[in-house]
Design a protein around this ligand. Structure first.
Ligand code: HEC
Length: 199
């Protein structure tokens, strides 16, 4: 037993030494592994080296740039608002008939489309009346002459068109009176029917 026990350290010692060597070798490899693991592109070594003073300077620089950018944005917004206001003022400063024509006719037509034709004054009256009574354009009665005469100024027609349109006036007048009478009769009749039904 004793000899067996004494022999054991004898046999263990070389293996312990071997294990220690392996361990040391392993430890010696760690720095190499660690170095191999460093990926330069993954780390901003320049930033890592900066001192706190340099970092503060950089922060201040960022802050300055942010403020400049904000100021620029604010200036751009102001300029946009100013030019929009100027544009509105410019539009509002145009003569009344121009504004009226635009506001009343662009509800349905693309701007300018209604000016493709040329008519004499009665012709434009007829167009504008047609817009009001047949197409339900929102127009005050008092606005009709303003629009018609403005359109005649900018898109007037002479010659044959004017002759025909003036010649058509009495016929149109008669037709509109007749039509007006017919509408009124129909409305009265419809009202009577409703009243009859309600009684
Ligand atoms: C509520 C919608 C509406 C409004 C507002 C309106 N129009 Fe019209 N307009 C029409 C329709 C729908 C037609 C096509 C049917 C017709 O000729 O009546 C038309 C046709 C026309 C035409 C004939 C185009 C062609 O090729 O023959 C002219 C010119 C015209 N409009 C001028 C005007 C003018 C000027 C105004 C402003 C006073 C105006 N319109 C406002 C609906 C409108």
């Amino acid at each position: 037993m004793a000899s067996h026990g004494a022999a054991k350290p004898e046999t263990l010692r070389p293996s312990v030494r071997r294990a220690a060597r392996v361990l040391l070798l392993g430890l010696a490899c760690i720095p190499a592994l660690a170095i191999a693991d460093i990926d330069d592109s993954a780390y901003d070594t320049a930033t890592q080296r900066t001192t706190s003073a340099a970092r503060r300077a950089m922060d201040q620089q960022f802050e300055r740039e942010r403020k400049l950018e904000e100021a620029r944005d604010a200036r751009e917004r102001e300029e946009a608002a100013a030019s929009a206001a100027a544009r509105l003022a410019e539009l509002a400063a145009r003569p009344y008939p121009v504004r009226l024509l635009e506001s009343r006719c662009t509800a349905c037509h693309k701007a300018g489309h209604y000016m493709e034709q040329s008519h004499s004054l009665p012709g434009w009256w007829f167009v504008v009346l047609r817009m009001k009574y047949l197409n339900d354009a929102e127009l005050e009665i008092a606005e009709i002459p303003v629009i018609a005469s403005h359109l005649t100024t900018i898109r007037g027609a002479g010659g044959l068109v004017a002759v025909l349109e003036y010649a058509a006036l009495p016929a149109l007048l008669a037709a509109s009176l007749l039509a007006g009478g017919w509408f009124r009769r129909r409305r009265v009749r419809a009202r009577n029917v409703i009243e009859d039904r309600n009684q």
